[in-house]
Design a protein around this ligand. Sequence first.
Ligand SMILES: Nc1ncnc2c1ncn2[C@@H]1O[C@H](COP(=O)(O)OP(=O)(O)OP(=O)(O)O)[C@@H](O)[C@H]1O
Ligand SMILES: [Mg+2]
Length: 319
Amino acid sequence: MDGILFKQVTKRYPHAERPAVNDVSIEVPAGSFVVLLGPSGCGKTTLLKMVNRLYEPTSGAIYLNGVDIRQMQANVLRRQIGYVIQQVGLFPHMTVAENIAVVPELLHWSRTQIDARIDELLTLVHLPPGEYRARYPSQLSGGQQQRVGLARALAVDPAVMLMDEPFGAIDAINRSNLQQEMIALQNSLHKTVLFVTHDVDEALRLADRIVVMREGRVVQYASPCDLLSHPVDEFVRQLLDTDDRIRQLSLMRADSVMAPIGPAPQVEDQPTINAEDHLRQALSLLLQPGIRAVTVMQDGQPVGRLTLEQVQRAGCEGE
Ligand SMILES: Nc1ncnc2c1ncn2[C@@H]1O[C@H](COP(=O)(O)OP(=O)(O)OP(=O)(O)O)[C@@H](O)[C@H]1O
Ligand SMILES: [Mg+2]
């Protein structure tokens, strides 16, 4: 299988009463965005760190594209994986450009290649290179540091990204912007992403699928819609607060429930919204007189269509 496969992975720290990660078996398909969600101490970071072998499982195995990661050299493995941590971890004595160049330099890329890549990545994360290349981390806001951390993790174009609460320390507005940018990035880069958060709204917004964890175990592994409509137990129900339907709509992306359309021309007179917009926005358009559907746009192209029925169904009614 391409992607990451966890097979009965258990991690027990020395002297711990119970395992930090307990018999976890999940598949993260290549190109999917999977969020690890759960309360503090439930084992999210531990699970993540076993993927790039910062920790080794006590038992079980992890496969990357079908290969047991124990068969790979740790440094070779880590170069295939972009890693973003909560405290960003930028080197304070290095400029933004130098920070981004760390791994490309380890890999002996040419100077021209590295410089071009730095500019490309800074542009990608919306930090104009002319303005930001030469700055030091202390001269950046928290959100900007986080963007540089993301650019650095993307430097050698790894297929896999591990992100541990990357937006944890950022205020609500910047956080929302970064989430939106993350969705747009993923729509164009299609990385295999394992993303840790304990922010439910962030998980629902970003994830293709969510792993809900509790005390080291996986409680449920499902799409945001399935989690909202069929929480397996009271813990998941309360965690997601599944009773508030309008809130649910404002957390779900238009592209998560739209009916995809081919490159057909946009139907005239239909309002449009962006793929990463919320269903609640779609709903308010659909409630206007004479509107039968909204066209969902991505990169200026129509990619799907949403009707009132679809939005209502996506309200994730329980059965
Ligand atoms: N290096 C370590 N040595 C011993 N115990 C550890 C170590 N790291 C984590 N633990 C313990 O393992 C459990 C899981 O920790 P982990 O950091 O994976 O949780 P988490 O879900 O990431 O929590 P948070 O949301 O607070 O970051 C906790 O009980 C923690 O105390
Ligand atoms: Mg953690």
